[in-house]
Design a protein around this ligand. Sequence first.
Ligand SMILES: [Zn+2]
Length: 161
Amino acid sequence: MLMRRGTFDDVPLAELFPQLASADLEAMRVVADAVDAVRAREDVPQWEWAPGHALCPGPQPGAAVVLMANVIVNASGGDQLEFWVQVFWTDQGQLAVNAAVNVACWCETDHATHDIDEFTRIVDETSLAQAFEAGSERLIGWLADPHNADYWRSRAALPPR
Ligand SMILES: [Zn+2]
């Protein structure tokens, strides 16, 4: 799926979420501004969206992202720390909001990555804006903590790099 990138002002919000009332779209804009205000410190506050996922793409393997913001902190030696909030279609065709802190795995058995903390809520047109706000608040809270992958791994009792 083709993802577009830009600032939140570029996001065609009413086209991505045609089912939402204008008050809900406005609420999402306010939340996105709060996310961008926090991200601006270390990141170009870009958003990504998939115009082709405004309507449910139907059952498919994996999540179909509609809209997302992320912060990727790359350390040397293949380490990675990533924070995000996204609106997506589940593989069962339900709209959902997900936010997570994800780190590269340094276990003896390679799991690739681990979600250290995570928020997921299945939504409908009446609850999307509230769930987006709740997920974004989680992201904003995580971003106030150290941007150090070992800090997050130690919180989950995972081995450091
Ligand atoms: Zn692991």
